[in-house]
Ligand binder design. Sequence first.
Ligand code: PBE
Length: 270
Amino acid sequence: NDNKSYSEAVDYTITGIEPGAGISVTTEKAIEEYDSLSGWTVELSSTAAMASELDKAIENEEPIIITGWNPHWTFAKHPDMKYLEDPKGIYGGEEEIRTIVRKGLEEEKPEAYKVLEQFSWDVEDMEGIMYESKETGDDIDVVAQRWVEDNQDKVDTWLDGVNEVDGVKVELVSTPWDSERASANVVKFAMEQKGFDVTVTPVDVAVVFESIANGDGDASLAPWMPITHKEFYEGYQDEFIDLGANLIGAKIGLVVPAYMDIDSIEDLEP
Ligand code: PBE
């Protein structure tokens, strides 16, 4: 049948991203849990490699199954993409992106803590920066700086009641994806308006939690929960402070072009 031919055509392979990503770990789990994915593999390489495989497949109307997520510009560039239903709920429902800070930050850098506590924005904000960067070729940090200049109203709500400081150093630990580079840089440029000296350091997901737990980094805006970074998060559960969501309405899962006539992970064949 057709589903078998899709599975054969993609060689029982899901086109994935970096090995250290939460979505890669979650996909290994999906392969274990779904009978329909028995014998499948997830090919782990990089987000850029996945994106170019996707472009190629769409150009030729060939089947492809990727590990996908929102916010991401893929959906703006290729609006005809769909998430496969996940009846076992391995990828969860709605994800949120959280702000975590190191213990002691509130006491040592209360003004920084206050901004981090007040920071939140919307899917459209984040996606807008990612898309503009793709379209113009300008780096995420350049677009983020422009975004801060153009959205002073929103920025003011994060800086509300925050006193000026004189070069207080803040290290934001981020992941390498555009989504998290966008949030970290937006907060960096916002904080600089109050006199902070902010550094953004992109690291692997595991190192995000480790460095906030051991106090090397001050804060991170990068954890995706409750599913994507669960294992990393739980490994350091009591060693950092979770300030809650800075963005709601995120999502991860297996994604295919709409021209593929399947709806569910269970439509695939082992
Ligand atoms: N992502 C984007 C990351 C978090 C942000 C979904 C690719 C991950 O899977 O860890």
